[in-house]
Design a protein around this ligand. Structure first.
Ligand SMILES: C[S@@+](CC[C@H](N)C(=O)[O-])C[C@H]1O[C@@H](n2cnc3c(N)ncnc32)[C@H](O)[C@@H]1O
Length: 395
């Protein structure tokens, strides 16, 4: 059998990007030749900007670094017109200093940090100020979700990955209710992970929290029976790319479980006209900021597009009739103030729209707190199975 290399090199001509991922540890510079040849051949096929994606390059030893530097130097000499851009991630702690050094010594090589502020509201969403409302939100949803998780295929003893886990409350609840064989939970926010690790330590929970970027996970292919990604997919302008990454880590026969918003359908009697207008307007404004608040109905298409089959789709409607109103109010009030801050920060929002929206949020909260009111918050839940590869034909 052919030995599997500890790294991959993939060229995507439509993005003019070559990706080096995994561990590259050549003993001699000549051992790097295979990689160098692929880099040079890819560069020869394009013009303008050439992206070298190093976001999932976990290790590169000194010999590899020297060989890469030489390769880039030669590339510049052969193609002085090329703008070489090294794309790195802060998830790999050593990479920033090393690759910045390369950009200083080789002309025409620049470094871009992918995850410095890679979606609108980045610092808001990852802020510890949100911890209390994230806690309440998970407890509100969990009352309905526990049964749903069984319907969507989560079983005791599964290997679970929760991607975009925030403060870890969902992972904790899954750990207690389903006794999985292992749970790995990944998030980008340091303060959330600190909180989550604190809870796991205090309650002696065997959950592995890792800092990571969900668009480039440092997790192995085909390694989880049940992958969850709740209320995080909405924030990315290309959810299809994230789906491909989640597909990669799901084992054949395993399932991906998604929870997404369906914001334009939020309802609030007796002032539904203002409530409906406000949430629809918020969805429109956020779409301009590349954040999809109405991703719910589109998740089916994304699951199919990524290759999942055996789809299960549910609309979970949190309402004044099935949820503690005080909790409901806390969750929605915190959400409304987050949207309000984001909208205030977006330079092109008309002031009168902003004021009308504030009124709509107040009307939704009133529908929640008033005993005659009827509020809703619909959330979409969808899952699919990664097909089991067909058996190889005998030769
Ligand atoms: C709205 S919260 C939802 C979190 C959690 N799944 C829940 O249901 O409570 C979105 C989470 O996605 C995380 N996040 C955003 N971008 C990320 C990225 N590129 N990689 C990993 N996590 C990310 C944020 O830090 C935040 O914890």
């Amino acid at each position: 059998m052919r030995k599997r290399l500890p790294y991959t090199v993939r060229f995507n001509p439509s993005n003019q990007e070559i990706e080096l991922a995994g561990t590259i540890r050549p003993e001699r510079e000549t051992d790097f030749e295979l990689v160098a040849t692929r880099i040079k051949r890819s560069a020869a096929a394009i013009a303008g900007a050439f992206y070298i994606n190093l976001r999932r390059l976990r290790h590169l030893n000194h010999t590899g670094f020297v060989a890469l530097a030489r390769c880039l130097q030669e590339l510049r000499e052969d193609h002085p017109e090329l703008a070489i851009k090294l794309i790195i991630s802060t998830m790999i702690p050593w990479s920033e200093a090393r690759f910045k050094f390369l950009s200083e010594i080789i002309e025409g090589v620049a470094v871009e940090i992918h995850d410095k502020a890679f979606y609108p509201g980045h610092s808001e969403v990852e802020n510890e100020r949100l911890i209390p409302s994230l806690r309440t939100q998970t407890s509100v949803l969990w009352k309905h979700e526990r049964k749903l998780l069984t319907r969507h295929g989560l079983r005791p003893g599964a290997r679970v990955a929760d991607i975009g886990c925030s403060i870890g409350d969902f992972a904790t609840l899954v750990h207690k209710a389903f006794k999985p064989e292992a749970i790995v939970a990944v998030d980008h926010s340091q303060p959330f992970l600190e909180y989550a690790r604190g809870v796991a330590g205090e309650f002696d929970l065997d959950i592995e929290y890792r800092r990571g970027d969900l668009s480039n996970l440092l997790l192995d292919d085909d390694s989880f029976d049940f992958v969850t990604c709740r209320l995080a997919l909405n924030m990315f302008d290309r959810p299809g790319d994230i789906l491909r990454e989640l597909f990669r880590i799901t084992r054949p026969g395993g399932r991906l479980y998604l929870m997404t918003e369906f914001m334009s359908q939020v309802y609030g009697y007796p002032r539904d006209a203002t409530v409906g207008w406000t949430y629809r307007r918020a969805a429109e404004l956020f779409a301009v900021l590349s954040t999809e608040l109405d991703l719910g109905p589109k998740t089916r298409g994304y699951l199919v597009g990524a290759g999942y089959t055996d789809l299960r789709i549910d609309l979970l409607e949190i309402s004044g009739a099935n949820t503690d109103r005080h909790d409901f109010e806390r969750v929605r009030a915190s959400w409304a103030s987050f949207i309000d801050r984001e909208i205030a920060a977006a330079a092109d929002t008309d002031d009168s729209d902003a004021e009308r929206m504030r009124q709509g949020f107040r009307d939704h909260i009133n529908a929640i707190t008033h005993r005659r009111g009827y509020p809703t918050w619909p959330v979409c839940v969808a899952s699919g199975q990664k097909p089991v590869a067909p058996p190889r034909a005998a030769t």
